[in-house]
Design a protein around this ligand. Structure first.
Ligand SMILES: O=c1ccn([C@@H]2O[C@H](COP(=O)(O)O)[C@@H](O)[C@H]2O)c(=O)[nH]1
Length: 229
């Protein structure tokens, strides 16, 4: 099911609820990441779920398998709809993440981050010392995620097509790195528009600042829904 997920990168719940007041009759899927979760904790997730918001909990777990399994079990109890870990943690770590969710009967989609959309080919090679081209590492990490039993990956929309070609149409491509035409890229490197993300086959687009920093967030959100769905 395709959707536009709003990345709610706010300092605290007051800021979040002020933003949500722009959406009086909508329940968009919300991505809650480290910034909000570390300031508000699990109570915020429980509240948003009880208010009817679908939640992608974006904490990008990356640790030894035992730690990730236990952490996933705790997070899985929050009844979120989507959750993630880093594919760089390896197949055993991703399997442990899956087991942690299964242990608490969580139905959350489990997604692995491949290469952050803020990284480009130069940083990949010169800083991270990964000699393979970006696309090759992303496909390799996605195949590992599939072997581990995950539901899909986080990548840029530029890679959605190769993810589906290599891992199948049902393997999800969740794609941040979305910008409108001629918009500032900020810290993102691998970006495209919602229209191109649709053409390239993204299953979900994750949009933060284009919506959250807009003067009319609802209008931008609805426009993106119309373009992408
Ligand atoms: O590779 C990744 C993984 C996660 N993100 C997250 O998506 C949003 C994007 O926000 P924008 O304001 O639209 O740039 C943000 O919450 C990131 O943590 C990502 O950008 N890239």
């Amino acid at each position: 099911m395709k959707n536009v997920i709003i990345a709610c990168d706010f300092e605290n719940k007051q800021e979040l609820y002020t933003f949500l007041s722009h959406f009086p009759s909508y329940k968009p899927m919300l991505k809650i990441g480290m910034e909000l979760f570390y300031s508000e904790g699990p109570d915020l997730i429980i509240a948003l779920k009880s208010e009817g918001y679908p939640i992608f909990l974006d904490l990008k777990l990356h640790d030894i398998p035992n730690t990730v399994q236990k952490a996933m079990s705790n997070l899985g109890k929050l009844d979120v709809d989507m959750i993630n870990c880093h594919a760089a943690g390896g197949i055993k770590m991703m399997q442990a993440a899956k087991k942690g969710l299964n242990d608490v009967h969580s139905k959350a989609l489990l997604i692995a981050v491949t290469q952050l959309t803020s990284i480009d080919e130069t940083e990949l090679r010169q800083e991270l010392l990964i000699e393979k081209p970006m696309n090759e590492t992303i496909v390799h990490y996605a195949k590992n995620a599939k072997i581990a039993g995950l539901d899909g990956v986080v990548c840029s929309p530029l890679e959605s097509k190769i993810i589906h070609e290599s891992c199948g149409e049902n393997f999800l491509a969740i794609t941040p790195g979305i910008r409108l035409e001629e918009e500032q890229q900020h810290d993102q490197k691998r970006v495209t528009t919602p229209a191109l993300a649709k053409t390239l086959g993204s299953d979900y687009i994750v949009v933060g600042r284009s919506i959250t920093q807009s003067k009319d967030p609802l209008k931008v959100y609805l426009k993106m829904m119309e373009t992408f769905l």
